[in-house]
Design a binder for this molecule. Structure first.
Ligand code: AMP
Length: 281
């Protein structure tokens, strides 16, 4: 496994691989790896000759300074996990290399970023699409892998790749969960013991929404109210949003017709967690 910490060295390596006719699978991450990230790597390994993973905590996608400072980092640990999972290249650039003095170009996907996390974290998606566009430009992957865990991010990136003719296939893979249903996240390490226990309610609330729809409930407000009641029952939880939206354009739905994305963001203490489920009427 190669560890490349500069953009120029990465570009040289990618040029060589392309010349050799190798297909490149790409897994962008912010590190502090867990089984969610590694599941993307394992799938990428089945599809492409070379798997590159980026580890970069992207400062411009954080809307709260404290969140950026508290974001967990452990490169040595990540290195071991990545090697074991079969990553061929870790791309680990510095902030200075990615955003040198004078940096002024941003990518913004309109419309889709007005909802869900886009409205509660201003500027977040502009930061995400900008860094992913840059990483795509450096790594030049054939296929890039993202998790359904960040459902809106996945849709926004697909839109960007299509709109900007990036000629990269975007694959979205299922959410990997802990035994109690909590979606794996690098941020989970920041939860205190009571917060970690309470956080299991997120998946329970999402499953409740799914069950209600299965039973014939179509009124989004009623479903959301029941989810709210469950989450508010946990002392450490503070709801940021619970929304039921169209799976394609992310517009809020008042009536659940055919397919809907039930998405939520909830603070446990200072840690903000997101999760979602797709329900079918
Ligand atoms: P992050 O390091 O949190 O930015 O995540 C990097 C990639 O891993 C993103 O595409 C995420 O959607 C994906 N990911 C994070 N957590 C999970 C999970 N629990 N299951 C599946 N994919 C995940």
């Amino acid at each position: 496994m190669k560890i490349i910490d500069s953009i120029s060295r990465m570009s040289v390596l990618i040029k060589i691989l392309k010349k050799e006719g190798k297909s490149i699978g790409f897994v962008p991450t912010m590190g502090y790896l867990h089984e969610g990230h590694l599941s993307l790597v394992r799938t990428a390994k089945k599809h492409t000759d070379v798997v590159a993973m980026s580890i970069f905590v992207n400062p411009i996608q954080f809307d709260r300074r404290e969140d950026l400072e508290k974001y967990p980092r452990d490169f040595k640990h990540d290195e071991g996990l990545a090697r074991d999972a079969g990553v061929d290249i870790i791309f680990y650039p510095s902030v200075k290399d990615m955003y040198p003095d004078g940096y002024s170009t941003y990518v913004n996907v309109e419309g889709l970023t007005d909802y869900l996390c886009g409205s509660s974290r201003p500027g977040h998606f502009k930061g995400v699409t900008t860094v992913v566009a840059k990483l795509f430009g450096i790594v030049k992957p054939d296929i890039a892998y993202f998790g359904q865990k960040d459902a809106q991010q996945a849709i926004v990136i697909k839109r960007m790749a299509t709109d900007l003719n990036m000629d990269i296939e975007i694959k979205i893979l299922p959410i990997i969960r802990e035994k109690d249903g909590l979606a794996m996240s690098s941020r989970n390490i920041n939860l205190s013991e009571p917060e970690r226990k309470d956080a299991a309610v997120l998946f329970q609330a999402l499953k409740k929404a799914e069950a209600l729809v299965k039973e014939g409930e179509r009124d989004a407000k009623k479903i959301i109210r029941q989810m709210e009641a469950m989450i508010k029952g946990k002392e450490t939880a503070k709801i940021d949003y619970i929304s039921i939206v169209d799976t394609k354009d992310l517009k809020p739905m008042s009536t659940v017709l055919s397919e809907a994305l039930v998405a939520l963001a909830v603070f446990f203490g200072k840690t903000r967690l997101i999760d979602n489920i797709i329900v079918k009427a």
